[in-house]
Design a protein. Structure first.
Length: 454
């Protein structure tokens, strides 16, 4: 065989595959079909046209209606409500182009190499949370505490009832797992949890006995202050304090404001009396404090006034100021206690009720540690006749006082309750300097000349 023929034959042999591939590639390009070996996620779409591929992917990955149920309530969610989207057509377009944009990709597809295209999906966690919140508002209901009311010394009760709450995080997680294809469950029982009452009937049913009580006097003719006593007492009375719980007077009475029903009445500010909203609330806290210390309960926070109170002995008052000074006590008993307090006819009375076995015998004593005599401040008045004087402020003596309680029922334990200081205030005397027969204008001129000569 001559050399030229051999070369021709070799050329033909080498060209045949190229011609074949070229022919196949051209035919594939006009076929309208996706190359072999192509997957969209787990769906094989090789050899399919675009419509068939879209249908195959949607059959696998489209998410239908999600039904949530709770008892006789049903909530049907569509994926669009949750912001769910899948880019099926975009993924199919990408699959269709595979092997058409590159001959080498086509060769890979016909030689058994697989191509995997990721199907992207998305949803809105915010929309999921919003749907869950709406369901929760529809289903949730609060527990009701058992209550006690004492009238004429006799208790009556209402029983407690449980509440219910949707487990929102858990429900959102279940919905999102469906949207992430981690679960194919479409009928969901809404997860809920039972909320127990804080105060149960079985815990308070033994409250029947006055553990301690105390009363103080007030001026019933002062309508505004009397109303403040009623408003604060209504907020406090009826509270059950559970074992280990700390009671805060400020927390239950709230801010002393017009909206909360308080009136203007005298209050103590920096050692002086002036009108302010809620004047008189300190008498509520003082009366309650004296009942509390006689039960043996632990006083957590308490402060004395800067001025001795007319309605309580030194060392036995308890001032409050919303946002800064509070009266708090802790129920250190094994059983709950109930507070009753009310003003009537010039007397405000507080009682702490509890279980009979929690009643203690407690003795309260105070000790005057020191009496601090008031100082005297002298002022001069050129408009007041010489030899005359007036008392501008009578002042007051100061005191240092300690208070104690002793448990008289066996242990004999004595506790110091407080060590209080009531600062003195100076007595202010104004002495006249106006000389007899001096006119007011002359006196003013002489005073001006004296000042000019200083």
């Amino acid at each position: 065989m001559n050399k030229k023929l051999l070369i021709a034959l070799i050329g033909i042999v080498l060209a045949l595959p190229i011609i074949t591939i070229s022919t196949l590639y051209h035919s594939f390009g006009n076929s309208g079909l996706i190359a072999k070996g192509v997957y969209i996620d787990e769906v094989y779409v090789g050899g399919m046209d675009k419509n068939a591929a879209v249908n195959a992917v949607d059959d696998k990955y489209s998410i239908g209606q999600i039904e949530l149920t709770h008892g006789d309530r049903a909530y049907k969610l569509t994926p669009s409500q949750l912001g769910f989207k899948i880019d099926t057509e975009k993924s199919v377009d990408k699959a269709y182009l595979y092997g058409r944009e590159s001959v080498m990709d086509y060769v890979s597809s016909i030689t058994g190499k697989n191509m995997h295209i990721k199907l992207n999906s998305e949803y809105s966690p915010e929309l999921v949370a919003g749907v869950v919140e709406g369901i929760s508002k529809d289903i949730d209901y609060s527990p009701k505490d058992a209550t006690i009311r004492i009238s004429g010394g006799k208790p009556s009760f209402t029983k407690d009832s449980d509440g219910l709450e949707v487990e929102k995080e858990k429900l959102a997680g279940i919905i999102e797992s469906i949207l992430r294809y981690e679960s194919d469950e479409k009928a969901i029982q809404i997860p809920t949890k039972v909320l127990g009452a804080s105060v149960k009937y079985d815990q308070i049913k033994g409250i029947s006995t006055v553990l301690a009580g105390y009363s103080t006097k007030y001026n019933a003719s002062n309508a505004e202050r009397s109303e403040n006593l009623r408003v604060a007492s209504r907020s406090v009375s009826g509270h059950v304090v559970m074992p280990g719980e700390v009671f805060s007077l400020n927390a239950v009475t709230g801010k002393r404001s017009v909206q909360n029903g308080y009136k203007m009445a005298p209050i103590i500010v920096k050692g002086k009396l002036e009108d302010g909203l809620g004047g008189g609330v300190c008498q509520v806290s003082t009366t309650l404090y004296n009942a509390v210390i006689r039960t043996g309960l632990e006083v957590v926070e308490r402060r004395n006034h800067s001025i001795p109170s007319s309605y309580a002995d030194l060392g036995l008052d308890a001032t409050v100021s919303y946002g800064s000074i509070d009266f708090k006590f802790k129920n250190t008993l094994e059983n709950p206690v109930y507070i009753s307090i009310a003003p009537a006819g010039g007397t405000i009375s507080a009682q702490i009720y509890g279980y009979p076995q929690d009643k203690r015998s407690v003795k309260i004593e105070t000790q005057l540690v020191e009496k601090i005599e008031r100082g005297v401040e002298t002022k001069y008045d050129s408009q007041l006749d010489e030899g005359k004087q007036r008392i501008e402020d009578s002042g007051r003596d100061g005191f240092k006082v300690k208070a104690y309680r002793t448990f008289m029922d066996g242990s004999g334990k004595k506790q110091q309750l407080s060590s209080d200081y009531y600062p003195p205030a100076k007595k202010v005397i104004v002495i006249g300097t106006k000389k007899a027969g001096t006119t007011e204008s002359q006196n003013q001129t002489e005073t001006a000349e004296e000042q000019a000569n200083l």
